[in-house]
Design a protein around this ligand. Sequence first.
Ligand SMILES: NC(=O)c1ccc[n+]([C@@H]2O[C@H](COP(=O)([O-])OP(=O)(O)OC[C@H]3O[C@@H](n4cnc5c(N)ncnc54)[C@H](O)[C@@H]3O)[C@@H](O)[C@H]2O)c1
Ligand SMILES: [Fe+2]
Length: 385
Amino acid sequence: MKLAGNWNYPTSVRFGAGRIAELGAAVKAAGIARPLLVTDPRLATLPPVERALEVLAGDNIAAAVFSDVKPNPIASNVDAGLKALRAGRHDGVIAMGGGSALDAGKVIAFMAGQTRPMWDFEDVGDWWTRADPKGILPIVAVPTTAGTGSEVGRAGVVTDETTHTKKVIFHPKMMPAITICDPELTVGMPPAITAGTGMDAMAHCLEAYCGPFYHPLADGIAVEGMRLVEDNLARAFKQGGDLEARAHMMSAAAMGATAFQKALGAIHALSHPIGALYDTHHGLTNAVFMPYVLAFNRPAIEAKVARLAAYLGLEPKFDAFLAWVLALLEEIGIPHTLAGLKVDDRQFDLMSRMAVKDPTAGGNPIPLDAAICRRLYENALVGKV
Ligand SMILES: NC(=O)c1ccc[n+]([C@@H]2O[C@H](COP(=O)([O-])OP(=O)(O)OC[C@H]3O[C@@H](n4cnc5c(N)ncnc54)[C@H](O)[C@@H]3O)[C@@H](O)[C@H]2O)c1
Ligand SMILES: [Fe+2]
C-alpha cells in the first residue's frame, strides 16, 4: 500500500514521502504571497529547510526565514518573530519543524493582527473569543518530527519565563490551513529525538483514550495511533531511514493531537512543570512518567486498558499493557527515573502545586491533588512503578 493521501481531517493534509515538493502550491492555495518561514536555528542549517527554500525559490515565492526559536519556545521568541513578520510585510507563515517551531510559527501568525497581549489568549475558559479572527494570518505547517501533532492542532505552547510556566495559546483559527506531512523530512532525526517525540504521540493517544469523558471518535483514533506506535516506533528508532516506519509515526503524531481534544492527564500535568523549570524535552519527560501514571490510574482504567491490550495483540490484561510500555521504554533508551532527566527532589513541592494547576490535570481519570502529584514525583525519582 502506498503510504500517501490527501486528507481533509482534521485539516487539509497532504501526506506522503516527497510531498515537500508541493510547498509552493500549498502556500499559494492558502492565499499567501510572501511567507515567513518560522523554524529553529538547528533545522535552519539542515536539509529539510534547505529543501523547502529550494522548492519555494523554484516557484518564485519570496520567503524569509525566522529561526530565533528555542526548544520550549518563550514569549520573546514570539515577539521577535512578530517584528520580523511586520518588517518583511509577510502575509502568512510557514511553520516548519518540531513542536517548538510549529507552535512559535502558529502563535506568530495568530498574534499578527491582535491588539491585546499574548497572555490574554491563554487557553482558559472562552478567552480565545477575545481575539480578532481577521487579525490571524494563514498558516502552512510542515512537521519535521513525529510527536506533538501541532501540525494539526489549534494551539501553541509558549513558556512564560516570568512565572516559569508553560501556557497554551488557543484559537480555532490557529489550525493550519494546509499541512504537508512528508516523512522523508524526519529521516535525519537523531534516535534520542525520535524516541522522545514518538513517546509524546503515544502519551497523547494514551491519555486521550484514558480520559474520563465521552468521546468515542477520539477513542477510536487513539487506539489505532497506539497500534502504529507499537509497530513502528522502535523500528524508526533503530533504523532512521526506514521510511515506512517514519510515515506511520508521522500519522500517529497527527492522530495523537486529533485525539487529545478529548483529554490529556497526569503524564502531561507532571511533565509540564519539569519542562518549564528544567527545560527538558517534552516527549522524553512524558515518557519517563508513563509507567508511574498508568499504575496510579489503574483502578479507574483497568478494563479499558485490557481492551486496548487486546487490540494491540497483547494478552488482554492491564498488566500486559504496562509490561509492554516498560519494555518499549527500555528498547528505545528512555531513562527509568527522574535522574535520567537530571531532576532531583528539591523543587517537588513547587512542581506538585504547578502540576495540579496545569490545564491537563483535569483530564486525568482519577482527580489529582498536590499530595498525589508529589507521590508520583517521588515514585518516578526512586523507580517505584
Ligand atoms: N501544540 C501542541 O499541541 C503541542 C503538543 C505537544 C507538545 N508541544 C510542544 O512542542 C515542543 C516540543 O516539540 P518537539 O518534541 O517536536 O521538539 P522540538 O521542536 O523542540 O525539537 C527538538 C530538537 O529536534 C531538532 N529537530 C527537529 N526536527 C529534526 C529533524 N528532522 N532532523 C534533525 N533534528 C531535528 C530540533 O532542531 C530541536 O533541536 C514543546 O515546546 C512542547 O510543549 C505542543
Ligand atoms: Fe505532549
